[in-house]
Ligand binder design. Structure first.
Ligand code: UD1
Length: 356
């Protein structure tokens, strides 16, 4: 059986790695890894392949950056010949990035079965490009692996046949559990004892420069209370540069994007995390580290109902008030959602290897 995995952007790599490993335990499964090249910088891509021990991709489509239409269109036209040549029995796509949807669309038209890992998540906010990718990928997929039960409910509501849907658990947590001992060994020297960790890259936060300025001001204010470490995503760096915003104040350390192990180590010991990432909402819930999410909604509601996540929306006063609470020890404690047990990829591999 030939299974072809498609990855493209940073958060795909930690989701594909455990599925690839788990499938390698199944005799008779041949695996092919395709990188679309959506993310291409060393510290957005190669370093993750090294740390996660993913093999070098068999094919790199090298699509790079562009508008959504350009990027999606390039992946579609470059991926189709790869599928025709490789003749996979199944293609596995991950998460909600443009590479996910583009690959699923190619396969659906070529009548090649598609499995979607991290299916069913919904923010119910169609202004997010990821929501469009999630909705359409799930319509096209033949096998859908959900990380939590809310995903199954969403898919049922959208009329997706129940026999296609498997509640598998969270593959991101498989990687976290496997890598954590190594991350702890790497415990970076030179970081402060107590700090807040920040990541921001969503269009809703970084494309509106007035809002971005207000957010950065709030971070500088937080930086007067405790050091703020901010690994800056390339699109955020572009926007900050374009805006001409002065990065003043020594409480905030702007860093290059960090490798997985270093980021995990920092996240696990942070006093607070401020983010708009999806995966980081999940990881902080696993670590029981307080997380303030600068979004109006989340496609990962269990991180709010069961976990440590608080949505602060577009409200600087709320962000500041919640941070003050946390720093004074008033912390929302959570529990780890069901099936975030490090074995999601084993369950997925068993179903994939059984075929459809
Ligand atoms: C993409 C995903 C988002 C995910 C994020 C994780 C979509 C729609 N969005 O957003 O869901 O949370 O990845 O990082 O797929 N760039 C570089 N080097 C790189 C990659 C990007 O400099 O290696 C710059 C480019 O200027 C590019 C910009 O970052 O224009 C944005 O990259 P892109 O892949 O379009 O979207 P992300 O914001 O990274």
């Amino acid at each position: 059986m030939r299974i072809l995995h498609v990855v493209g952007a940073r958060p795909n790599f930690m989701k594909a790695a455990p599925v690839f490993r788990a499938l390698a335990q199944h005799a008779g499964v041949q695996q092919i890894l395709v990188h679309t090249g959506q993310h291409y910088d060393f510290n957005m891509s190669d370093v993750f392949f090294q740390e996660l021990e993913l093999p070098a991709p068999d094919v790199n489509l090298e699509v790079g950056s562009g508008s959504h239409a350009q990027q999606t269109g390039q992946i579609i036209s470059r991926f189709e010949p790869v599928v025709l040549e490789q003749k996979p029995d199944m293609v596995v796509v991950y998460g909600d990035v443009n590479s996910t949807l583009a690959a699923a669309l190619v396969c659906a038209k070529l009548l090649v079965p598609v499995a979607h890992v991290e299916a069913g998540l919904r923010s119910f906010d169609r202004t997010m490009p990821e929501e469009i990718n999630r909705l359409l990928t799930d319509q096209l997929a033949d096998l859908l692996f959900t990380p939590s039960a809310d995903g199954n409910q969403n898919l049922e509501r959208e009329g997706i046949a129940a026999e296609k849907v498997h509640l598998a658990g969270n593959v991101m947590i498989d990687t976290l559990q496997r890598m954590l001992p190594r991350a702890r060994e790497r415990q970076a020297k030179g970081w402060p004892e107590r700090y807040a960790l920040v990541t921001l890259h969503r269009p809703s936060n970084v494309d509106d420069l007035e809002w971005l300025k207000r957010l950065l001001c709030a971070l500088f204010q937080a930086g007067q209370k405790l050091p703020v470490l901010f690994p800056v995503h390339p699109r955020t760096r572009e926007r900050i540069t374009a805006s001409g915003i002065q990065l003043q104040g020594d409480g905030v350390r702007f860093l290059d994007p960090l490798p997985y192990l270093e980021f995990l180590a920092l996240e696990s010991r942070a006093a607070a995390v401020i983010t708009d990432s999806g995966g980081i909402q999940e990881e902080t819930t696993f670590f029981n580290v307080p997380c303030l999410t600068v979004r109006e909604n989340t496609e990962r509601p269990v991180t709010v109902t069961l976990g440590t996540n608080i949505l602060v929306g577009r409200d600087i006063a709320k962000l500041q008030a919640e941070l003050t609470h946390i720093l004074s020890g008033n912390i929302k404690r959570g529990s780890i959602p069901p099936l975030w047990d490090g074995k999601a990829s084993d369950r997925i591999a068993a179903t994939l290897a059984a075929g459809i």
